[in-house]
Design a protein around this ligand. Sequence first.
Ligand code: ADP
Ligand code: MG
Length: 620
Amino acid sequence: MSDIIQLLPDHVANQIAAGEVVQRPASVVKELLENAIDADASEIKLILKEAGKTLVQVIDNGKGMSATDARLSFERHATSKIKSAEDLFQLNTKGFRGEALASIAAIAHVELKTKQENDELGTSILIEGSTVKSQDVTVTPKGTSVSVKNLFFNIPARRNFLKSNTVELRHVTDEFHRVSLAHPNIGFSMYHNGSEMFSLQASNYRQRVVNIFGTKTNEKLVPVEEVTEVLTVSGFVGKPEFSKKTKSEQFFFVNNRFVKSPYLNHAINAAYDGLLKDGYHPSYFLNLTVNPKTIDINIHPTKTEIKFDDEHTLYAILRSSVKHSLGQFNIAPVLDFNSDANLDTPYNYKDKASQTPTIEVNSTFNPFAGEQRTPSYSDSHNRPSYSKTPPANWEGLYVGLESKSNASQIDFSELTFETEAKTSSIFKSDAVTQRKTTYQLRQKYVVSTIKSGMLIIDQNRAHQRILYENLLEQLTSKEATTQQLLFPLQLSFSNSDLEIVKQLKSDLEYAGFVFSEVNNEQLTITGIPVGVPESEVSIVLEQLISDVENDVPDQNFSASDLLAKSMAKSLAIKTGQTLNEEEQEHIVNSLFACKEPSVSPTNKTTFITLSVDDIEKKFM
Ligand code: ADP
Ligand code: MG
């Protein structure tokens, strides 16, 4: 048989390499920004059109390239940054593979303009799909400008794989944040479709964080500084009370390079142990400086993963230095580095002076009086609510549900409430004049008797379902009623969070919000949906932003569905809330007036039933 192995032509090899380096516009942004930093630029400008799909341009004032280097820079494995394998172990530059420009030029239309400081004229090169179309002498300022147009023009499958502009722009913004946070001493700006999104002056680290994440970030930062033989830690962590539902403010930089490290992230979480509410994540912006010889950044083509020689030591140092900072700034009890975490004073007790125990007897205490532990649902119950009026008679609730086959296989005709049950006489006392039909269990479940046995409802999930269906109806009919605010509500958000609000603006308006201004980290609200208390507005919006961030919606997502789910989640009564009898009944009635009472908007079971048979079996 004849030989069959051939070397791939360069343009094919470049396209394959491009698959590793360039996944989306954000990858191009990262490579170009890093090249500009490696060229010692002090000002870097990023210009995008259509989230980078049609244009990513990076202009820097760095050292530029000679005409020969300009041409060579597009060759694969062409780099000025390392000369030998040893150099790999003492990297001080971002790039070193010499692959980025070659890969990008293989799958886009690229125009490069560059000039070195002492040259009169610069060079301009046009490359399309690895083919050099032209190379000219040109007039251009000192530095380099690279324009990448029509990404994946020659690979339709990759182009179609790209997400909506909203999603791609988020990736680009994330990348821009990472790079600009790692280099506060460089000025960065970003423009999208002609409008300025960020303008970051060269500054110190704190100012950089604040410029990116919004003015209100300033008060939440706690400095961390630790110098040890193996590691220097510097930067900021967020005060626990400002922790977020998303991990969008978690940044590790190792030798000025953004890295992802679940292990080190764990070290930070350990330092916050006991200070955070469930489901909340601390913010951190930390720079670690280590000897380049002790790390390997070569393990991943996009270089966000990193291998440390001695992870355990780094873990311990990081954990204790963060803990120490939280303690020093009076956020957590001050700790001796070697102290046993089990001996820590719980956070809640930090400001409390010790007291001699005393005994107080409340002679008027009535164990049967309603307890008020958390802000009760009843506070909000008097205000106009989202809930439908409960139908007058119990039996009527289940008409129309009977015929529907239900996922949870419950025969709703069985679900009639016991209207003629005989009250047991043993416990009958004068105090109990009215027979209760519902009970609350552990401030989590509403329990009721039904003809066939017993009904147990998860109060939070059920209320989410009720609110969700009502909200969805309002959003689709666009008939929500607004409650005008006497004093406009001013909320501050970071610009990228505001971007999300802007995208959902019309849906929020259908839900009943009225905005007078959405600009410059400021959201001014003049009207809110009836049923949403003013005090909850910021929670509702933050939850919404975090939901959009977490569950990055696709082109075909329904904004109203997401909004309804998110608002239902924020506004629903929570586990732990005491409900009075009226509220319990309201939950039961409204739940069974829903179209899909058996599951919450996120598809979790809202109620279960226990038949008398089931119960009897347990007594056998
Ligand atoms: P790498 O960054 O890994 O070296 P690239 O393909 O990104 O590989 O770039 C190839 C070379 O082109 C770089 O090593 C550098 O010499 C040169 N280069 C790229 N971008 C710039 C720029 N903005 N300014 C000056 N030189 C640049
Ligand atoms: Mg590079």
